[in-house]
Design a protein around this ligand. Structure first.
Ligand SMILES: C[S@@+](CC[C@H](N)C(=O)[O-])C[C@H]1O[C@@H](n2cnc3c(N)ncnc32)[C@H](O)[C@@H]1O
Length: 379
């Protein structure tokens, strides 16, 4: 039910998030590596492939395991691999045209099991990169349904879909890193922080929204024992350094910003609200202040993600996204990507679709169907 302040009535029930549905093969690491070593030592393509066929059979039908690959000792070292990815790696070995190529794939699989290779900014094991097919690497995002699991109730008018902070955090943070969201709204970023084991701080101007967001963030399980809080305040003025100092840190590793798209949605009556700025120029100036204030607390080489859309006013398309990008580029950031993301269809929008199509045909413009995720790296 919609309330007068634009938010929906909340029901705080059981907010357990659903785990991903991949099937995982848990293997006896030592035995598995031994088998791969044995395969690697073979000097004949057909015996190598026969061994791989046996291996594939064991993974698919665990009861047929005579090698002890699936025998998990109480104190033994185990490795969990995504079953579908493991099978596809084995298939790749089977399809290799030469013995050398097959051995190359065998060694690559062994490396992925034995070693971890990550970059400085995330925990993605690059030796097992195929397992991360839920990470988007294309610049066009056509998102289906919003993730409404757990505490992500989607009650706040003007929120973003949890998949946005989720994607940003898996690519640009490590476990226990700190994430700051200066326009926290309903706390989507902070809920996602808790799920992914990142510490999170949010600033939000509207105190009523802060109270509701706090309750929801607390409802989300804290499996990784991380810190997360949403603070009522004005991000153009708040002392970010002090806020970090209170938590015994001096830098964050990711900034997520989802400011108002100027006055498209008026979030509150406060003159400090960016959605109440009297012109686009003033909006950019005030937004620039938040960029200035947060720049010093972002660790060098780390990322700023800004979610923003354009607006339409007096018969003219106002490229707010590009203006915002230009403001940020003035301030020592390097542009890493412009992601174009579709708007998901809400019921309200669906009902107005026909009307907008008619208006577009009459007015000679296109109906907004996208927004931007602008990605910057601090030099
Ligand atoms: C687009 S919404 C963010 C929504 C959020 N990503 C979510 O999923 O709920 C922008 C938010 O910025 C807040 N805001 C506007 N001016 C602000 C300011 N000066 N300081 C802090 N927050 C502000 C608004 O109240 C609004 O909640």
């Amino acid at each position: 039910m919609m309330k007068a302040d634009g938010t929906k009535q909340l029901k705080l029930g059981n907010l357990e998030a659903t785990p991903p549905a991949y099937r995982v093969a848990t293997l006896n690491k030592e035995k598995f590596i031994q088998v791969l070593d044995d395969v690697d030592a073979l000097n004949n393509s057909s015996s190598l492939k026969n061994k791989i066929i046996v291996l594939k059979h064991i993974i698919t039908y665990p009861k047929n395991d005579r090698e002890g690959i699936l025998n998990i000792d109480a104190n033994g070292d185990t490795i969990s691999l995504r079953k579908d990815v493991l099978i596809s790696e084995l298939n790749q070995i089977l399809e290799a045209r030469t013995l050398e190529r097959a051995k190359y794939y065998v060694r690559r699989l062994k490396n992925g099991v034995q070693k971890i290779k990550t970059s400085k900014v995330n925990d993605i094991n690059l030796l097992r990169w195929k397992e991360y097919d839920d990470i988007i690497t294309d610049s066009l995002w056509i998102m289906g349904k919003r993730d409404t699991s757990g505490a992500h109730l989607g009650w706040y008018w003007g929120n973003f879909i949890p998949q946005i902070p989720h994607q940003m955090m898996v690519r640009y943070t490590k476990k226990e890193d700190w994430v700051l969201d200066p326009f926290a709204g309903s706390g989507t970023t902070l809920i996602e922080c808790k799920r992914l084991g990142r510490n999170g701080i949010g600033i939000e101007l509207n105190e009523e929204v802060v109270v509701k967001a706090k309750a929801l963030i607390e409802k989300e399980q804290n499996r990784f024992n991380i810190f997360s809080d949403i603070i009522a305040g004005d991000s153009t003025e708040i002392d970010f350094k002090e806020i970090l100092k209170e938590r015994s840190i001096d830098k964050v590793q990711l900034l997520v910003m989802h400011p108002p798209y100027h006055d498209i949605i008026k979030f509150s009556k406060s003159p400090k609200d960016l959605s109440r700025t009297p012109s686009v120029e003033k909006f950019l100036e005030v937004f620039g202040r938040v960029v200035d204030k947060t720049y010093p607390i972002l660790e060098k080489g780390r990322y700023l993600a800004v979610v923003i859309g354009d607006k339409y006013s007096k018969g003219e398309w106002i490229p707010l996204g590009f203006y915002v990008m230009a403001e940020i580029l003035k301030r020592g950031y390097k542009l890493k990507s412009i992601i174009v993301k579709n708007f998901e269809e809400t019921r309200a929008k669906r009902n107005r679709k026909e009307l907008w199509r008619y208006r577009a045909l009459v007015g000679g413009f296109y109906v907004f169907k996208h927004e931007y995720i602008l990605l910057f790296r601090k030099k």
